[in-house]
Ligand binder design. Structure first.
Ligand code: UDP
Ligand code: MG
Length: 320
């Protein structure tokens, strides 16, 4: 029977912690009763340097439910993506399959069963995808949708309307842990892992209590991080712009020369206008070219795994 770990990053979540713990324990009990997961499956709360009583509450919950509730305390606030990574990597050594979910229960816990079913059907990653954003404010909806469109335009592969509610098998987390990069954008990294994946759909609910810990500033930072960690497209755009302006300078040069020969120009204007356009374009082109190399260096220093082998068929199998 597979042992499940539900990983929950928490930052100043004292208002929702007990509610989340109770709801998730209910899900665990139910799945154990149905024989879908092992009896010692558990919730792993990751305290991301909270300033309130979150950690005390996690300790209390652990005391009351020593098997079902476990905790990790990070030494300081590192942000959602890092807290989640810490939780997943800790959980992989203690379990066979992990599910990550936010503490505020905005993601529907009732689809966890479907995720487990899809895992048993042979999927290594199951993405939770929001059906629609009825409960979000207009502002959040528009900014979030703009975010996915921008990522798409920049060539970052990510799953539309999927936040970090997802199931990952042990081997998927193991492969993920080989990505040593520090600029984390989990949603963009998961599709790189490979394996068979599937999705479950759910309605995004209201936060049960407390306030969003993701103000616009953090959202913009996440978006910028996502683009700059996954795509060197902005550099290519500079190169393209440089090329375009150099071409334009040829046209501008022809125009200036024609004006010169037809005689209706101030002295000095022709040479000035040609050099401004040409040099401007040349400089952009050079910056873009240097940028191409920097982009390559950037990709190299990440030391990402180059492939992920799922199965090997060899003669040794026959002799066993
Ligand atoms: N979170 C975290 N560290 C942070 C900010 C947030 O671990 O620095 C956690 C938070 O406790 C919650 C999850 O990340 O479990 C998502 O945050 P939130 O619900 O505030 O974001 P929203 O749903 O509004 O985008
Ligand atoms: Mg939330």
């Amino acid at each position: 029977m597979d042992k499940l770990a539900i990983v929950v990053p928490c930052y100043n979540e004292e208002e929702v912690l007990k509610i989340a713990s109770e709801a998730l324990r209910g899900v665990l009990d139910d799945l154990v009763k149905k024989g879908k997961i092992a009896r010692d499956s558990f919730i792993l709360f990751v305290n991301d340097g909270s300033k309130d009583r979150t950690w005390e509450l996690i300790e209390e919950e652990h005391k009351a439910h020593p098997v079902q509730v476990c905790g990790v305390k990070l030494a300081g606030n590192v942000g959602h993506q890092f807290a989640l990574t810490a939780g997943l990597i800790t959980a992989k050594d203690m379990s066979d399959v992990t599910i990550s979910i936010d503490a505020d229960l905005q993601d529907d816990v009732n689809v966890i069963e479907e995720m487990i079913d899809k895992f048993h059907a042979g999927n290594d990653i199951v993405y939770g995808v929001r059906k629609e954003r009825k409960t979000d404010t207009f502002f959040k909806r528009v900014t979030a949708q703009g975010f996915y469109k921008l990522m798409d335009a920049m060539g970052v592969k990510s799953i539309y309307n999927h936040a970090d509610f997802r199931l990952m098998s042990k081997r998927a987390v193991e492969q993920f842990s080989k990505y040593q990069e520090t600029n984390l954008y989990l949603r963009g990294m998961m599709p790189l892992i490979g394996y068979q994946t599937d999705m479950v759909y759910y309605d995004r609910l209201e936060r049960v209590a407390g306030e969003s810990k993701y103000p616009l500033k953090k959202m913009l930072a996440l978006a910028f991080n996502g683009i700059s960690s996954f795509s060197v497209k902005p550099i290519s755009m500079v190169l393209g712009l440089g090329l375009f302006i150099v071409c334009l300078s040829v046209i501008a040069g022809i125009y200036a020369l024609i004006s010169y020969f037809t005689g209706n120009v101030e002295p000095g204007w022709t040479s000035l206008i040609i050099s401004i356009w040409f040099l401007g374009g040349l400089q952009l082109l050079a910056i873009g070219l240097v940028g191409q190399y920097i982009g390559k260096i950037y990709i190299e220093v990440k030391h990402r795994p180059r492939y992920n082998i799922e199965k090997v068929l060899s003669s040794e199998d026959e002799t066993k």
